[in-house]
Write a protein that binds this ligand. Structure first.
Ligand code: DGT
Ligand code: CA
Ligand code: CA
Ligand code: ZN
Length: 583
């Protein structure tokens, strides 16, 4: 399955979060420049005023009328809204060295302190900061000391360390870009991205490309002269290993070049997993055959080549085992063509997404159009509820108005259904953000946790259970709240949650955002075995994020999900019965 992810950040209009971020960036830049505190705080105050006001930006006609926003800052806000940029920010970006912003991540360093380092010691990035620390210059500055200097050095060390594995989300730009480039190299006959990426793992160590070509020398030369390369690790006749930089992420990539007759076997070998390969080799051995990267050899010396992986598996009397299942567990015995493993074409709806009504970047109509283009039959619009102020969550009143608009739009379409919905916060005390009188009018109510992650497992479970037991709640979104490689999530007794979900008929989500992939494949498997209903959704905040569905499907396949388990593969009327039953 190929990802169709379009370029990230394409032409999105600014939403409230973007504007708040831009104002904060201006404030930080001014601090670094050493501007007076009054001017700096004007931008922070403006951001706070916007954040406090619960209307969407489109409804705030004159920001200067809000308390805390002056004429000057209002002008900047209008620029941001109308142009998506402002000359002030652009000038500051030009003036202040790029390398200073990452230093904000170091503990104890804010805009003011970074300003001192920049102005007095000419620090411009992590490297110059380290040198200044090592020379003992930092401890001499006002407001710094020996201890601070030591702490900064230690933090720099941590910052410089490469993580062992990269989250899927971090390698997507590289995967996307490299696929395009390989497609444009004439000497390449076909290529495929193999390894853990192809198997759909949440994190990867590197990317592995398999390339078939008659002219590996030329291809190799073209590979080592690409953009983004920071280091050539190896450059041989059949293998090129590179490190490429995308944003602040360094991605190691292996390219293996083979003749086309060996492509399928090589692809299989480097798709792995290692454990799956061990199983295949055992199987071959029982038949007095040997699998190598290049083909299958009988003990008579005859070598077999295959033009596809299907033929390779068929040689051993096996069906085509999807890459997501190749983990060296029981896939060889357990998988056959009758197993209705979820696939992209089964998906008829996306049931979790945001619009400009809360913190999304596109209007309802724009999201609807993209979902229709994808060939879906139905969808749900699920903006945030009132509690999530940072995301401009909807009051009951605004929710009602939005749903009127959705119903109207729905009336105008015969072949497509838009369900009204909401992503409602489960509050820290376990109560829900809207009363039942509001919820009973909504088709698809999602409940989710965005706050008080530090609570005990017991408290968290009370919150989740309470939500499941409300007859109007149809689904729990991103059930653990984790962000891969960044945040563990809140403590969940997952066995218990599966039981409650099963008992109450609550759907659990597989959130397809590559930072989340929540639930994980391991829990999906258990959920399905227990008879819990699941749904794969993108949680898109921009229309290009609706493409994340493909990544969700991959994770679902790793969890051996069947089409029937995933409710957004059901026809619209069957889905509608499900969400309205028992209410
Ligand atoms: P990772 O760690 O995310 O890069 O995971 P993989 O699976 O992509 O691992 P990688 O890049 O080291 O190797 C790609 C595949 O090549 C791996 O899944 C199976 C195959 N492979 C690599 N080394 C061995 C080996 O020593 N024995 C066997 N049987 N297969 C191997
Ligand atoms: Ca790999
Ligand atoms: Ca590799
Ligand atoms: Zn959401």
């Amino acid at each position: 399955m190929e990802e169709k992810l379009s370029e990230v950040n394409s032409m999105s209009q600014m939403n409230k979060k973007d504007v708040l971020n831009a104002l904060e960036r201006i404030a930080v830049y001014l601090e670094i420049k050493g501007e007076n505190a009054f001017r700096v705080s004007a931008y922070r105050k403006a951001a706070q005023a916007l954040e406090r006001d619960e209307r969407p930006l489109s409804e705030i006609e004159d920001p200067s009328k809000l308390k805390g926003i002056g004429k000057g800052t209002a002008g900047i806000i209008n620029d941001l809204l109308e142009e998506g940029e402002t000359s002030l920010l652009k000038e500051l970006e030009k003036e202040i060295p790029d390398g200073l912003l990452p230093l904000l991540k170091l503990p104890g360093l804010g805009g003011k302190k970074i300003g001192k380092l920049y102005q007095q010691l000419e620090v411009t990035d992590a490297g110059t900061l380290r040198k200044a620390c090592e020379a003992g210059q930092v401890q001499e500055l006002d407001g710094f000391g020996k201890k601070t200097e030591q702490k900064i050095l230690e933090a720099l060390e941590e910052l410089g360390k490469r993580p062992d594995r990269l989250a899927l989300a971090q390698v997507l730009p590289a995967a996307f870009d490299l696929r395009q480039r390989l497609a444009s190299i004439d000497e390449i006959e076909r290529f495929e991205l193999a390894g853990s990426f192809r198997r759909g793992r949440e994190t990867v160590k590197d990317l592995d490309f398999i390339i078939s070509t008659e002219d590996p020398k030329t291809v190799g030369k073209r590979l080592v002269s690409m953009d983004h390369i920071t280091e050539i690790i190896g450059h041989g006749d059949t293998k090129v290993s590179l490190e490429l930089q995308y944003g602040d992420i360094i991605v190691p990539v292996d390219f293996r070049m083979v003749k086309d007759e060996s492509f399928a076997t090589t692809l299989h070998h480097f798709t792995g997993s290692k454990d799956h390969n061990v199983l295949m080799r055992q199987l071959a051995k029982e038949r007095d055959e040997k699998i190598s990267e290049y083909g299958v050899e009988e003990d008579t010396g005859t070598e077999h080549h295959f033009s596809t992986e299907e033929e390779f598996f068929a040689h051993f009397g096996l069906p085509y085992i999807p890459p997501e299942l190749r983990e060296g567990m029981d896939e060889l015995e357990r998988y056959d063509e009758k197993y209705e493993l979820i696939e992209q074409d089964d998906i008829r709806a996306d049931l979790h997404m945001h619009t400009t009504w809360s913190d999304g970047a596109q209007s309802i109509k724009e999201m609807v159009n993209v979902c229709r283009d994808k060939g879906y039959d139905y969808m749900a619009i699920t903006d945030h509820s009132e509690y999530l102020k940072v995301a401009n969550g909807l009051t009951a009143e605004r929710l009602k108005r939005q749903h009127e608009e959705i119903r109207e739009l729905n009336e105008s379409m015969k072949d497509f259904t838009i369900f009204t919905g909401v992503e409602m916060d489960i509050l820290p005390d376990g109560t829900l953000d809207y009363p039942d009188e509001v919820l009973k009018e909504v088709d698809f109510v999602i409940a989710s946790i965005h706050s008080s992650f530090q609570q005990s497992e017991r408290k968290i479970m009370d919150r989740l259970e309470n939500a499941c037991r409300n007859p109007h709640v149809a689904m729990i979104a991103h059930p653990t709240g984790r962000l891969i490689g960044r945040r563990k999530g809140y403590p969940v007794d997952m066995e218990r949650l599966l039981e409650v979900a099963k008992e109450t008929g609550t759907i659990l989500e597989l959130n397809a955002n590559p930072h989340r992939l929540d639930l994980s494949a391991e829990w999906l498997k258990k959920a399905q075995d227990k008879g819990v209903k699941l749904s794969i959704n993108t949680d898109a905040h921009r229309f290009d994020m609706l493409d994340y569905m493909t990544l969700g499907i991959k994770t679902g396949r790793r969890g051996w999900l069947k089409q029937e388990t995933v409710v957004n593969t059901w026809p619209a009327d069957r889905f509608k019965k499900l969400i309205w039953k028992n209410r």
